[in-house]
Design a protein around this ligand. Sequence first.
Ligand code: ZN
Length: 189
Amino acid sequence: MQRNTVHIFSAFAGGLSLALAAAFLIANISSLGLSQPPEPILKIPVGKILWIAAGVFLGAACICIMAKASWLKLSLVFWLGLNFFAYEYALRFSGIDHGLKGYLGSLSSAFGVSVNTTNLILNATFLFMLLGSIGVFFNLWLESRQIVKIACPQCDGHIAFHRREIGRYLPCPHCKHNITLQRPAQSTA
Ligand SMILES: [Zn+2]
């Protein structure tokens, strides 16, 4: 069941990444030839940053949609969310009080929405990624600590263990036969 949560969340985050990559590409293509202010922290033109960001988000979307490993997908989404807020914080820290807003011109004009709305959408998207990945991670951790119970296939004695121990091969505490800790049969997982 948890694995499904990870799947759904990372597919959704992958979709968002893909949408962001597309939005950055469209914004960049529609503002080609316009002169844009260089961005103050990395000192490179905003346009270049958008190309790089589009590439990063495209890659992230592929990993979120195709990778199998839950931890990889979740840490990637967490990393994207974290970077956004770290960057915004760095902008404010270096004296740019309105944060990202001064650099969203090409995005907002490409889609005909105000800079404030663009800023709001970006913040909401990255907040969802950041908090969502933390929430799903926490859920996985909680689940790994859940106690499950099975009956020994050799002696029918009851064995209780943490869910994260499923798959371990060890002697039954009752009959000492080596057994593999199985998922409980009635589990929905
Ligand atoms: Zn046994």
